[in-house]
Write a protein of this length. Structure first.
Length: 127
């Protein structure tokens, strides 16, 4: 989810709604870690998805142990493949500016104020 492409993610979630996924679960995805609408299995899957997309694949042993209580190696592999394929697609479409909601990067460098000197700031007395 972290690679985020708002339009595609929204379309995916709308498809989930059409497939009978409860609206409250769809609405709670951005704050799934503090939402009580997910069961233990769903939390494990969401945690693993975050590890794959936000953590560049680095996954705590405890997450794998939880996944293995309800999925076998093949199911874990399939989920890993599909999730990282989705993330790769997000990176490619962003890099090539092919997103439906293409926009400039929201993070921009701001020039220091006139007269600002970093050495003065770093070595100066604290107020």
């Amino acid at each position: 989810m972290g690679e985020g492409q708002p339009v595609r993610l929204l379309a995916t979630l709308q498809g989930d709604a059409g497939a009978g996924r409860p609206e409250e679960k769809i609405a709670a995805i951005p704050h799934w870690t503090v939402s009580d609408v997910y069961d233990e299995k769903e939390r494990a899957v969401l945690a693993y998805a975050d590890c794959l997309t936000l953590g560049d694949g680095r996954t705590p042993t405890e997450v794998f142990e939880k996944l293995r209580t309800f999925w076998g190696d093949e199911e874990i592999f399939e989920f890993t493949y599909i999730t990282t394929l989705y993330a790769m697609h997000a990176v490619i479409t962003r890099a090539l500016r092919m997103e439906f909601d293409n926009r400039e990067d929201p993070i921009v460098e701001v020039a220091a104020p006139e007269g600002f000197n970093a050495t003065d700031f770093l070595s100066g007395a604290r107020r």
